[in-house]
Design a protein around this ligand. Structure first.
Ligand code: PRX
Length: 631
C-alpha cells in the first residue's frame, strides 16, 4: 500500500503532501487497486450541496480487489478465520480461493432470484461466515447491501427495509450469543408483514431453531447453492455507484441510511487498515465488532480483504463461557492485531485479572480501540495487561459517515497518550469551531469538530433523502462537514474526542438517538411524555436515563417500568433500553415549550446543586421534584 508510512517523520511528510495536493496523494494511493477503467478526474466536490465524487469515471468491482486479485498470490492463505460462539465447536478457515468460490456461488443464487445491479438487499444475520459471503456476493453483482445488526427488532428491520425498498432479505434461522439462542427468521417474518417490497427471503441454517418457511417467498441457502455454478464474473461498477447503505441514529427522526460508494470507500478503508494497524503479511487481524456496524464493514470485511489480510470473525461475546474468551481466541489463533471497544475493555477489566492467567497473549503486536472515548484507566489496563507494555494502542476516532478511521495514531509510529486519538490521518483536514462556526486556532483549545476537505470515504448521501444529508452534516457550519462531536486539541496539537454535542447517546459504542428512544417510550399506553438523556456509566461509557410522565391512574410503577422496557425492546431492540426510568409529573420546559435537556443531563449525572439558570422555565418547581426523585 503506497505510500506505506514507516516513520513519524514520514507520517508528517505524507500528511503535508496529502494536504497540499490531496488529489495527487489519493490518486497515488488508488493506483494500488485493480481498476477496469482508470478514472478521468480524481475529485469533484461541493460541500454546500453535499456532493463528493472520487475517482470520477473509474470502473471497478470491490470484490475483484477483495478476492480475485489475491488468488494468484495468496489463494491458499486464510482470508477468514471463523471462531464459533461455542469454544468446543471447530473453527472454520476459508482461504481466498474458497471464499472467492463461495461468494461467486451465492452471487449466482442472488441472480437466480432476480437480484440485479442497484437492487437493495437487507442482510440480518449472525456473525457466521455466510454473513461476510452475503455482503461480498451483493457487491459482486452490484446489489446494494443494507446490513441490519442482529440485535434490532422487527420494527427496526421493517423501517430499514421500507426506507430502502429492499427486494430480498438474507437471514438465518437463529443466532447464538453466549448461552442465548435468538430467533432471527421469526423476527424477519414479523417485520415482513409490513414490507411489501420483499419478494424473496434466503435463510441460512445456524441454530436449527424451528422456522416457518413461506412457500414461494422463502428458500434455504444450503439448497440454493447446490443448484448454481461457482463462476460469477463481477459486475462492472462505477466508482460512484452505491456499495452499501448502513443505518445510523442521529439527533432527530428515524435512523438515516448512510450511503457509501464503491471506489472511494474501497481506497479509504484499505489504506487506513494497512497503515493504522501497520498490517504485515500473514498477520491475523481480530476485530471484535459485529458486521452489522461500520467497524465490521470496514475492518472485518472490506479493509482487510482488499489488503489481502487474514481476518478473524468471532460469533460470540467476550464473557462466554467466561470473561477469558477473547484471550482464549487470541491464544488459540495467535492473533497479531486486536481491535475492540472501550466498553469491552472496561467490562473485562471489571472481572479482575484471573481470567488472564495461563493465556498466552505473546502473539499480539497491535491493540486498537474504537467507538467511544477510552478513559485513562481502561487505556492503561489494556496497555499493561493485554499489550504487556509492548503493543502500541491505536485509539481510532471515526464514524459510520466517514467510512474509515480519521484520527488515530499509526501503530508504533505516532507517539501515543492515553485518551487521545492523537493526530489526523493523511488526507484528513480537521477544524475546531465555536458555536458560531468561527475557527478556533492554536493549541490548548476545544470546540466542535469539523472537517474541511473531503476524503475518499466520506458519506455520499442519506438514502432517498439528499436534503437530510445536507441538513445533518453540511448546514450547521458553512462549507464544513460537522461530526457532531466535541473535541480538544492539547498543547502538543493532539486531539481528544470529548463526546457528542448533539442529542445522540453513545451506549457501549453504539449510537442511540434520544428522540428515537423517546418515541418508543411514548408509544406505551399510559405514557404522556418522556425525555431521554445520557449519563456517565462505568462500563458502557454512557447509560440511558429516561424521565417519564405517566397517566395519573397508573398505579403499579414497577410494572410500568417493565412495560416501558418491553416497548423499547419491541420498537428498537434491547440495546436502546433505558438503564434508569424516573417517573416525574412534569418536565423542565421553557415558555416556548422546549425541554431544557441541560437540566435533565445534570440531574442524571448526579448533580443536585449546580443546576444553572432556571429562570426561563415555565414552572421552575418541577426541577425540585426531579432532583428529589433522582435515581
Ligand atoms: O462520538 C464519536 C464516537 O462514535 C461516534 C460514531 O459512531 P458510529 O457512527 O456508530 O461509529 C462508531 C465506530 C466508528 C462518533 O461520532 N467515537 C467513535 N470512535 C471514537 C469515538 N469517540 C471517542 N473516541 C473514539 N476513538
Amino acid at each position: 500500500m503506497n505510500p506505506q508510512i514507516t516513520s513519524f517523520q514520514q507520517y508528517q511528510e505524507v500528511y503535508n503532501q496529502s494536504v497540499n495536493d490531496p488529489e495527487g496523494f489519493w490518486a497515488e494511493v488508488a493506483q494500488n487497486f485493480q481498476w477496469r477503467k482508470p478514472w478521468k478526474k480524481t475529485l469533484e466536490w461541493d460541500f454546500a450541496t453535499a456532493n463528493t465524487k472520487w475517482f470520477v469515471g473509474g470502473k471497478m468491482n470491490i470484490t475483484e480487489n477483495a478476492l480475485d486479485r489475491h488468488l494468484a498470490t495468496r489463494g491458499d492463505q486464510a482470508a477468514i478465520i471463523w471462531e464459533s460462539n461455542d469454544p468446543e465447536e471447530e473453527s472454520i478457515t476459508l482461504t481466498y480461493k474458497m471464499l472467492h468460490q463461495k461468494v461467486c456461488q451465492f452471487a449466482n443464487v442472488l441472480k437466480k432470484h432476480g437480484a440485479k445491479k442497484g437492487d437493495r438487499i437487507c442482510i440480518y444475520m449472525p456473525m457466521i461466515p455466510e454473513l461476510a459471503i452475503a455482503v461480498l456476493a451483493c457487491a459482486r453483482i452490484g446489489a446494494i447491501h443494507s446490513v441490519v445488526f442482529g440485535g434490532f427488532s422487527a420494527q427496526s428491520i421493517a423501517d430499514r427495509i421500507n426506507d430502502a425498498q429492499c427486494n430480498i432479505v438474507i437471514t438465518s434461522d437463529g443466532s447464538f450469543r453466549g448461552n442465548k439462542e435468538i430467533a432471527l427468521k421469526s423476527t424477519v417474518d414479523d417485520a415482513l408483514i409490513q414490507c411489501p417490497s420483499v419478494q424473496k427471503v434466503i435463510v441460512s441454517t445456524r441454530t436449527r431453531t424451528p422456522v416457518s418457511m413461506l412457500k414461494g417467498r422463502d428458500v434455504w441457502w444450503e439448497n440454493e447453492v447446490k443448484t448454481v455454478s461457482s463462476d460469477c464474473p463481477a459486475e462492472e461498477m462505477d466508482s460512484e455507484d452505491m456499495l452499501f447503505i448502513l443505518y445510523t441514529s442521529g439527533s432527530t427522526g428515524k435512523p438515516k441510511g448512510v450511503v457509501h460508494t464503491c471506489g472511494g470507500y474501497m481506497v479509504y478503508a484499505t489504506y487506513t487498515f494497512a497503515n493504522v494497524f501497520q498490517y504485515q503479511p500473514e498477520q491475523i487481524h481480530f476485530c471484535t465488532a459485529d458486521i452489522g456496524w461500520i467497524t465490521g464493514h470496514s475492518y472485518i470485511v472490506y479493509g482487510p480483504l482488499c489488503h489481502g489480510a487474514t481476518t478473524l470473525m468471532f460469533e460470540g461475546i467476550p464473557t462466554y463461557p467466561d470473561a477469558g474468551r477473547f484471550w482464549d481466541v487470541i491464544d488459540k489463533h495467535k492473533v497479531d492485531i486486536l481491535y475492540t471497544a472501550p466498553t469491552a475493555i472496561r467490562s473485562l477489566m471489571s472481572f479482575g485479572n484471573q481470567f488472564l492467567e495461563n493465556k498466552d497473549l505473546s502473539s499480539l503486536k497491535t491493540l486498537g480501540s474504537v467507538g467511544e472515548p477510552i478513559n485513562e484507566e481502561a487505556w492503561n489496563w489494556y496497555n499493561e495487561n493485554i499489550g504487556k507494555g509492548k503493543c502500541p494502542i491505536v485509539d481510532t476516532w471515526w464514524q459510520t459517515e466517514t467510512g474509515g478511521m480519521m484520527i488515530s495514531p499509526i501503530a508504533g509510529i505516532t507517539p501515543t497518550k492515553p485518551g487521545y486519538a492523537t493526530l489526523p490521518l493523511p488526507g484528513v483536514q480537521l477544524m475546531l469551531v465555536d458555536e458560531q462556526g468561527n475557527e478556533i486556532l492554536g493549541n490548548g483549545v476545544s470546540g466542535n469538530l469539523c472537517i474541511k476537505f473531503p476524503w475518499p470515504g466520506i458519506i455520499r448521501t442519506t438514502y432517498g433523502d439528499h436534503e437530510r444529508c445536507i441538513q445533518t452534516y453540511f448546514s450547521t457550519y458553512k462549507n464544513l462537514y460537522f461530526t457532531g462531536d466535541g473535541c480538544l486539541r492539547d498543547e502538543d496539537g493532539y486531539y481528544r474526542i470529548t463526546g457528542r454535542v448533539d442529542d445522540v447517546i453513545n451506549v457501549s459504542g453504539h449510537r442511540i438517538g434520544t428522540a428515537e428512544v423517546e418515541n418508543a417510550i411514548n408509544m406505551h399506553l399510559g405514557v404522556i411524555e418522556s425525555a431521554v438523556v445520557g449519563y456517565p456509566h462505568d462500563i458502557k461509557g454512557q447509560g440511558i436515563y429516561a424521565y417519564v410522565i405517566c397517566d395519573k391512574d397508573l398505579e403499579d410503577k414497577d410494572l410500568a417500568r417493565k412495560d416501558i422496557l418491553a416497548s423499547v425492546t419491541r420498537v428498537i431492540g434491547p440495546i436502546a433500553k433505558p438503564d434508569k426510568i424516573q417517573f416525574v409529573s412534569g418536565l423542565p420546559k421553557t415558555r416556548s415549550g422546549k425541554i431544557m435537556r441541560r437540566i435533565l443531563r445534570k440531574v442524571a449525572e448526579g448533580e443536585t446543586s449546580n443546576i444553572g439558570d432556571t429562570s426561563t422555565l415555565l414552572d421552575p418547581s418541577v426541577v425540585e421534584e426531579i432532583i428529589g426523585g433522582a435515581l
